[in-house]
Design a protein around this ligand. Sequence first.
Ligand code: PLP
Length: 378
Amino acid sequence: MRDYRPDFFDFSPTVYLNCAYQGPFPRATAARIEQAVQLKCHPDRLHPQEYFDLPDRVRARFAKLVGADPQEIAITNSATQGIGIVATGLDLKAGDEIIISSRNFPANIFTWLHLRRRGVRVRVIRPAGDHVTPAEVEAELSPHTRVVALDWVSYTSGARLNLTALADLAHGRGALLVVDGTQGVGAVPLDLREAPVDALAVAAYKWLLGPYGTGFLYVRPEVQERLDLAVVNWMTVEGSDDFDALPIEEFTLPRAARIFDVPETPNFINLNGLEASLEFVEQAGVAAVFSHCTRLLDRLAAGLRDRGLQLSDAAQPEHRSTILAFKAESLAATGAVHRALAAEHVAVSLRHGFIRVSPHLYNTEEDIERLLSVVRRA
Ligand SMILES: Cc1ncc(COP(=O)(O)O)c(C=O)c1O
C-alpha cells in the first residue's frame, strides 16, 4: 500500500489514533475549503446551478459508497438529524414499541425515548457483552415492535453487528431496522444490496473525513413513502432551480429521499470540503482503509494480550471494525493508562471504561509500537 501520510497534515508530536472521535481533513479537503471560502468573498463566482449540482454530486458519492441509489439518499447535518427524520416521520402511536440498545450512541437513543410522550414504549436492551446479540434482540421483539434501532459499529467497544441477521429478525416480525452507521461507513465495506436495512444515518466527520456538520441518511423507497415530511425544504420542490419563476401556491415534491435534505443544503464551505473528502475515501478505497486498519489493530491486539489487558469484542473476527478497545484490571488502572498515553501524546479516547483506539491510513506500525510501549510502562 502506498504511504498516505503526505496526504494529511503532520500530527507530530502527537500519534493520532482517534479517528472515531474526529477524522482529520486530508490536505485536498483543506485546499478545497479554501477555494470555497473565495466563493463567499466573491459571490459573483457562485453560479446558481451550483446550488443543486454540488449536493447532487455529494449525494451520488454517498450512494456509491454504500451500494445505494442517489434517490435513496438525503443530505443531513448529523446522525441525529437522520435518525430524527425517521423517528418523527413514522406514524408511531401509543402501544407501538421500539427496541434500542443501551450501547447505542445517544443520537440513537434520545430521539426514540422522546417518542414516549406519544405513548410509544421503548424497550432498552442492556447487552451482557460489549455488543447486542441477535438473541437479545429476539427476546425483546413482540407483535407491537415497529422499529429496531441499533448502531452498526459500537462507539465504545468497536464491535460490529451483523446487519443481515438483524434485518432478518426485524423483518420477520414486520419491524424496520434503523441503523446508525457513523462508526463504520467509510472504513468498513458496506453494501446495502446485501444488508437490507431500512434506514441508515451517518455523520460524515469521522471515517468519511468530512467537515463537522455533514452527514447523510439512506432510506429504502418503501420506507420513504411512509415518512411524514415535517418541513418542506424549498430547494427540493420541483422547479426550485428556476430562481426567476419559483412556484408559489402549489408545489410538487419529487419521490426521492432528497425531500429530507437539510435546508440550505449546498452549505458551500462544508459541502465542497465534504466532496473532496469523499473523493479521497473513494480513491483510497474503503477496502484498503479496512485492511490497513485491521492489520494495525491485529498487531495492537497481540501486544495488548501479551501485556494481560482485556480486549473488547471487536477483537473477535466476526465483530471486527477499524476500532479496538481495551481495559486494564480496574477502572482506576484503565484511567491511569489513558493519562499516561495522553502525557506521551498518544491520542485515543476513554469511553465507558474502555480505551478506544481508532487508526486510519496515516497511521503506521510504529504508531502502534509507541502506544504499546507507553502501556508497558504505565
Ligand atoms: C455511533 C455514533 N453516532 C453518531 C455520532 C455523532 O452524532 P451526531 O452527528 O448526531 O452529532 C457519534 C459520535 O461520536 C457516534 O459515535
